[in-house]
Ligand binder design. Structure first.
Ligand code: S3P
Length: 736
C-alpha cells in the first residue's frame, strides 16, 4: 500500500457475477481495483464499464504488503492459483475469498509461510444470474459476511477485511471453518441441491415437461436456485461432502416420514409438519434471535401521542389474554380437538402457543382469532427440542412451571430482559413442596429449570401468601398430575379463569369460598372456547372515555367476570358513567357490552379489596386519578412493583415528568388531580405503561413522547389503529 493512499489496493481474481459485483462496489467506494479473469471478454468488459481500474498482471506485482487480494472463482479452481497465492501471502498481501466452502481452502493454505495474512470469508448474498453483465454494486448492502480466520490469522489482517466489507455496506460475523461449513450445508447447499435434483427429475420425464409450461409461483419459487452457476455448485458438493451428506440424510429421513404420513393418510401428523414449518418460516428471524415474534422486526419504537382527541365509537378490543393462554394449555392436554375463537394474537399468547408446538402439539392458526388445537391427552406432551422461549410472558412461565412439573421429561424456560427480572419463587417454592424438581437462577428469577419429579407429584394444601391467579393456576395445573387432592386457599379473590375453563373441559374443580381444590389423575375433554374481549385492554378505552369531555363509546363482547371488574367498580366510584348492557354467559364466562359517556371524575381512596380485581389496570387508573378532582390514594398494591416493570415507580416518574402531583409510596400512590403537560416518558418495555400514557395525552396540553413501545404488541397488537378509529391519534416512530 503506497503511503499517500488511505485505502489499500484490491485485486479481484475472477469476474463472474459475484467478483464483478464486489469489484463494482469497491470501485464505487474509492478503492483502486485490479481485476483478473481467464475469460478475456469479461476482463475487457469489466474495464470498459469501469468496474475495475485495470487488469491485474500475472504475478500481481501491483499488490504490495497491506493490499488485499480477493479470490472470487469456483473453489476447486483455486488450486490452479496456489503458487501465486502463496507468493502473495509471503509478500504480506492480505488474501481473502468469497467461496462458499471454507474447509478445502483452509487445507490448501493453513500453516504455510504467510498464512497469518489469510482471512477466509463468505458473503451470504448472491443471485442465480452469472457473469459481468449481472454485476450489482449494491449486492452486499445489509448482507452478512461470515469470516473464518485460521488459528494463525492476525487480528490486523482480520480488521482490514472486516473494514473492507463494512465500507460496502455489509455486516460481518466471525466463526470457525468447521462451523461455517456445517451451517451452510444445511441453510444453503442442501436447498440448492434439492432444487437441482427436483428440476432434473421433473425435466427428465417427457410427461412432466408440460409443467414448465404451466409452472406457477410454487414451482418457480422453489426451483429458482436450480439456475445457479453449475461449476460453482459442482465444486461445493466436492469440497463440503461430509456436511452436505449429513444434511441430505436428514432431509431424506424427513421425506420418508412425510411420504408415510401421506400414504397412511395420517392427517394429524401431516398437519403437524405443515403448521410447525409455517410458523418456523414466518418467524424464523424471531426464532433465530430468540426474541418475541413481532418484536424482532423493529429494534425500538416510540409513540408520539398527539395532545387531545376524541373518544367516540363502537369497538371490540382483542381477546382476553388470560383466557387465550389457558385455552391453549388445556386444549393441548385434552382428548380431542378444541376450537378457539377470539384468541388474542399478541406476543404473550403466541409464546404459549409456540411452547406447545415445541412440545409436539399440532395447532392450526391463529387465523383471525381462530385456533384449532389437536389435543394430545393429559400425558401426551413430548420433550421440546430445546429450551422454551416465552418472551415477555409472566403468565406462560408461571403457569407452565406447574404444568411441566408433572411431565416425564425435563424442560427449561427463559424469556426477554424484562421477564428475566421477575420473581419465580412464588411458584417454585410450593411446587417443590409438591415434589417438583424445579429451580431458578440464584436470585429466584428465570431461567426456570424443571427435571422429572423422581417420586411424582403429591397433592398439597397451600395458603397463598399473595393474591395471585398465576400462582393459584400453576398449582392447580400441577395438581392435575399429583396424587390426591391439591387445595389452594386465596387471601383475596383473584381471576378464576383456570377453574372455570377446567370445568368447561369436564374436569371437576371445587370452589368453596376462598378454597379451591381438585383431585389429580383425571382427563380433559376437548370443547369449543369463545374468548371474550379483554377487559384489561378495554380499560384503556374506558379511562379514555372517562376523562374526555364529549366522549361516547361502546365496547362490545367484553369479559366481565366478577374477578376482573375492579376497573369498572373503581371508575364508577370516581363518578364515571358506565353502563353494563346485554349481560350473557358465553362458555362459562360472563360477557357484556359496555357503554361509557363522559362525566367528571373525583378522587377516592381505592378500596384494597379491589386491588386484585384490577391488578393490571392501575397504570391507566393512575391516569384517571390525574384527571380527577381532588386526591386519589392507592394502598395495598405492592404487587405492582414486580409486574412487567415497577409500575408504581415508573408511573409516578412519568406522571411527574408531565407535571402531575403524583407520589409513589411503598405499596401504592397518592395522586392529586390537575393539569397534564406534554413531555417525554419512558415505558420501560412495559406494554401497559405505554398505553396508559397514550391515554393521558387526551387531556395533555402538548404531545407526549413515549419511549420503547414495541411491547404493546404483547397484549394489544392493534392498539394504535383502534385509538385512531375512535378519534385519538398516536404517531409511531421506529428506530433500528
Ligand atoms: C394473570 C394474573 C395476574 C395478572 C397477569 C395475568 C393470569 O398476575 O397480573 O397479567 O393470567 O393469571 P398475578 O397472578 O401475578 O397477580
Amino acid at each position: 500500500m503506497s503511503s499517500e493512499q488511505i485505502l489499500p489496493s484490491v485485486g479481484v481474481l475472477g469476474l463472474g457475477m459475484m467478483g464483478a459485483s464486489l469489484a463494482a462496489a469497491l470501485t464505487q467506494r474509492g478503492y483502486h481495483v485490479y481485476g483478473y479473469d481467464t475469460h478475456q471478454a469479461s476482463l475487457l468488459e469489466a474495464e470498459q464499464i469501469g468496474l475495475i481500474a485495470s487488469p491485474l498482471s500475472p504475478n500481481a506485482t501491483e499488490l504490495v504488503s497491506g493490499d488485499v487480494f480477493i479470490i472470487a472463482i469456483p473453489v476447486l479452481a483455486v488450486a490452479n492459483y496456489s503458487a501465486l497465492i502463496h507468493q502473495l501471502l509471503q509478500r504480506g498481501v492480505i488474501v481473502t475469498d468469497i467461496c462458499s466452502t471454507k474447509g478445502y481452502l483452509a487445507t490448501l493454505f493453513a500453516g504455510s509461510p504467510g498464512s497469518e495474512n489469510l482471512v477466509l470469508g463468505h458473503p451470504i448474498a448472491g443471485s442465480e444470474r452469472s457473469g459481468v453483465v449481472n454485476a450489482n454494486a449494491s449486492l452486499f448492502e445489509e448482507q452478512s459476511v461470515i469470516l473464518t480466520p485460521l488459528e494463525d490469522t492476525t487480528a490486523a489482517a482480520l480488521t482490514v477485511v472486516r473494514k473492507l466489507w463494512h465500507q460496502i455496506g455489509a455486516k460481518t460475523a466471525v466463526m470457525t471453518v468447521a462451523e461455517h461449513d456445517q451451517i451452510l450445508a444445511a441453510t444453503s447447499h442442501l436447498p440448492h441441491f434439492l432444487a437441482f435434483s427436483l428440476v432434473d427429475t421433473l425435466a427428465g420425464d417427457a410427461q412432466n415437461r408440460k409443467i414448465f409450461q404451466y409452472a406457477a409461483g410454487g414451482f418457480r419459487d422453489f426451483t429458482r436456485i436450480a439456475a445457479s452457476d453449475s461449476r460453482m455448485w459442482h465444486d461445493i458438493a466436492q469440497t463440503n461432502q461430509a456436511a452436505l451428506l449429513q444434511a441430505l440424510d436428514g432431509a431424506i429421513e424427513g421425506f420418508s416420514a412425510l411420504r408415510a404420513m401421506i400414504a397412511e393418510g395420517d392427517s394429524n401428523k401431516l398437519m403437524g409438519v405443515l403448521t410447525r414449518s409455517k410458523v418456523a418460516r414466518d418467524h424464523f428471524g424471531a426464532v433465530l434471535q430468540q426474541r418475541s415474534y413481532r418484536q424482532y422486526k423493529v429494534d425500538s419504537m416510540d409513540f408520539i401521542a398527539k395532545a387531545g382527541g376524541r373518544v367516540v365509537g363502537d369497538i371490540r378490543v382483542p381477546g382476553d389474554k388470560s383466557m387465550s393462554h389457558r385455552s391453549i394449555m388445556l386444549g393441548a392436554l385434552a382428548d380431542g380437538v378444541t376450537h378457539v375463537s377470539g384468541f388474542l394474537e399478541g406476543e404473550d399468547a403466541l409464546a404459549t402457543l409456540q411452547a406447545f408446538r415445541d412440545m409436539g402439539v399440532v395447532i392450526e392458526g391463529p387465523e383471525r382469532g381462530e385456533v384449532v388445537i389437536h389435543g394430545v391427552g393429559i400425558d401426551g406432551l413430548a420433550p421440546p427440542p430445546s429450551a422454551l422461549y416465552v418472551g415477555n410472558s409472566g403468565t406462560t412461565i408461571r403457569l407452565l412451571s406447574g404444568l411441566l412439573s408433572g411431565q416425564q421429561f425435563s424442560t427449561e424456560m427463559s424469556g426477554d430482559s424484562s421477564l428475566a427480572k421477575r420473581p419465580m419463587r412464588r411458584v417454585t417454592v410450593p411446587l417443590a413442596e409438591m415434589g417438583a424438581a424445579i429451580s431458578t437462577a440464584e436470585d429466584g428469577t428465570p431461567p426456570v429449570r424443571i427435571a422429572q419429579a423422581e417420586k411424582g407429584l403429591q397433592g398439597i394444601h397451600y395458603e397463598l401468601p399473595i393474591a395471585s391467579a398465576q400462582v393459584k393456576s400453576a398449582l392447580l395445573l400441577a395438581g392435575l398430575y399429583a396424587k390426591g387432592t391439591t387445595t389452594v386457599i386465596e387471601p383475596a379473590p383473584t381471576r378464576d379463569h383456570t377453574e372455570r375453563m377446567l370445568r368447561g373441559f369436564g374436569y371437576p374443580v371445587e370452589t368453596n369460598g376462598d378454597t379451591i381444590s381438585l383431585v389429580g389423575g383425571g382427563r380433559l375433554t376437548a370443547c369449543d372456547i369463545d374468548v371474550p374481549a379483554d377487559i384489561s385492554s378495554s380499560a384503556f378505552f374506558l379511562v379514555a372515555a372517562a376523562i374526555t369531555p364529549g366522549s361516547d363509546l361502546w365496547l362490545r363482547h367484553v369479559g366481565v367476570n366478577p374477578t376482573r371488574i375492579g376497573v369498572i367498580n373503581i371508575l364508577r366510584a370516581m363518578g364515571a358513567n358506565i353502563s353494563i348492557k346485554n349481560e350473557r354467559n358465553v362458555g362459562g364466562e360472563p360477557v357484556a357490552d359496555l357503554h361509557i359517556q363522559y362525566a367528571p371524575l373525583k378522587g377516592i381512596d381505592i378500596p384494597e379489596d379491589q386491588v386484585p380485581l384490577a391488578i393490571d389496570e392501575f397504570p391507566v387508573l393512575f391516569v384517571a386519578a390525574a384527571c380527577a378532582e381532588g386526591k386519589t390514594v392507592l394502598t395495598g398494591a405492592e404487587e405492582l412493583r414486580v409486574k412487567e416493570s415497577d409500575r408504581i415507580q415508573v408511573m409516578a416518574d412519568g406522571l411527574q415528568a408531565l407535571g402531575v402531583n403524583a407520589v409513589a409510596t411503598p405499596d401504592g400512590m397518592i395522586i392529586h388531580g390537575g393539569a397534564i403537560g406534554g413531555g417525554e416518558v419512558v415505558s420501560h418495555d412495559d406494554h401497559r405503561i405505554a398505553m396508559a400514557f397514550s391515554v393521558a395525552s387526551l387531556r395533555a396540553n402538548d404531545d407526549i413522547v413515549i419511549r420503547d413501545c414495541e411491547n404493546v404488541a404483547t397484549s394489544f397488537p392493534n392498539f394504535v389503529e383502534l385509538c385512531a378509529s375512535v378519534g385519538k391519534t398516536i404517531e409511531i416512530e421506529k428506530h433500528g
